[in-house]
Design a protein around this ligand. Sequence first.
Ligand SMILES: [Zn+2]
Length: 327
Amino acid sequence: MTRAVIVKATVNTEKPVITLKPGNDVKTEITISVGEDYVEPGYTCEDNVDGDCTELVLKDYENFDPFTIGVHTIKYSYTDSNDNVGEVYRVVEVVEGTEDDRDKTMNYYDSNLPEYNVEENYLPNIPTNYRDRREGSEIKAVVVHWTAAPNQLAINTRQHFVNVDNVSSNYIIGPTGKILSIVPNDKTAYCNGGTAYDELLGKRVPVYTELVYDKFVSEEGYLRHNDYTISIETNPIDSDGNFSNETYTALVRLTADLLIEYGLTVEEGVYRHHDFTSKDCPRVFTNPEDAFQYTRDENNKLIAVTPKSKNAMWEQFKNDVAKAMNR
Ligand SMILES: [Zn+2]
C-alpha cells in the first residue's frame, strides 16, 4: 500500500524591506561638505521568510563621490532566498565646505593676503639648468611640487638648483609666499621626471604614468613631460608637507593666473608631480597608498600606477584655484 504525500508549495513574492535610518519618512537625505567622511547612519532589513537580513544588505557606492559637489545616491539592496529584490536609495548631497570647517592656520587660501609679486632671478642659462622648449611645444599643464625642505627660503632653493644638474623649475615659492621666477616660462625646466629601481634590469629606469604617455608625448612619440608644462616648486613648513597660508595662497593665485594665461582649465590643466610618476609630490596633496606604485605594461616596461584615490587637500586646492581664477 502506498500513500502519496502532496506538498503544496506556496510561492513567496514578498520583497525584503530595507529601512534607512533615521527613518524613510523622516529624512534620509544627508548633506556633507566636500571631502568630509561619510558616516553611515544605519539601516535595517526584514524579510518575511529570511527574517532579519540587515547584515546581508549590499551597499553600492558607484554613484557616490564625496569629493564632487552635487547630489549623489547610495544604493542598498538585498535579494531574499526566493529571489525577491528589495532596494532603497539614500540621497547624499555634497556641498562646498563652510569656512568654519577648515583649519585656517595652514594650507588655507586667505583672499585677504596681499597679491603676490614675482621676482625674476633666472638660473645661469646653461643646458644643465634649462633649455629651449622643443619645437611644437605648447603649454598643456601647470605642475605643482614640493621641495621637501621645510622653511627653506626661495633664494636658497634657487641656489640648490644652481648646484645640482638637470633639476630645476620655472618658479619657486618660499615659506613667506615669496615667488621667484628662476626659469623663464618660454624655457623648459627639469622638474616632472621620475625613476624607480627595476629589478629585472638591475638599475633605475624612468617611470611615468599612463597620463604622461597619453598626453605629454610629441607626435613622434617622445616624452614631453617637461616641454609641455610650467612647473612650480613650493617649500613647506614641516616634513608632512604642510604649507603656510602665504605659500598656499601664492600657489593658488600663481596657478590660477598661469591657467588663464595659457587658456587652460582646472580640470585638464593642473597636475601634481604625483600624477606623472606616483611620487609623493607634493606630499600634502597625496595619499600614502598611492605613492611609489609601479606595474609593468605588456612589454614588461615598468610604469607608474595612476593615483586611484582622491586626496581631500588636492581637491580643495583645485576648488581654490577655480575661485582665484575669478578674483
Ligand atoms: Zn616634484
